[in-house]
Design a protein around this ligand. Sequence first.
Ligand code: FES
Ligand code: FES
Length: 172
Amino acid sequence: EPVKVGVSFNVNGKDVTLELDTRTTLLDALREHLHLTGSKKGCDQGQCGACTIIMDGRRINSCLSLAIMHDGAKITTIEGLGTPDKLHPMQAAFVKHDGYQCGYCTPGQICASVSVIEEIRAGMPSHVTADLNAKPQMTVEEIRERMSGNICRCGAYSNIIDAIKEVGGVKA
Ligand code: FES
Ligand code: FES
């Protein structure tokens, strides 16, 4: 007999409560219970990054985590970053630089990219980040390393890097 447990999260600004089988992954909770199908299931075992979402300000592979472990969490999926009418700057940069082909990896790539910028900002001195327009200024190697958990089977990597460079700035 599956055991069901109540769990509440805030997803993209909306409070939701679900009754879930204790074995339900966060990815399945999002896709199958909340019908937020932007987050993709590539490998379902932590190797491709297609399921990347942002939880409490950090990126995670939602396929690797049980939903019931995250009661009270604040979750942002690709659906919460922007809308077709009002794209998030990272979404707009992916469009501008053609940062995708089939698009399957794209929601995860974009959630990861947004987090990478935040990670770099978090490590910057506060007098710099006080200026909200200050760009993180990453090296291309650093972007590649930080994005290495997101696989693109179409090989759109160089355009993805260009999109991240545009939003994050790049060191000479
Ligand atoms: Fe989660 Fe591949 S589906 S890492
Ligand atoms: Fe096809 Fe990345 S755009 S997998």
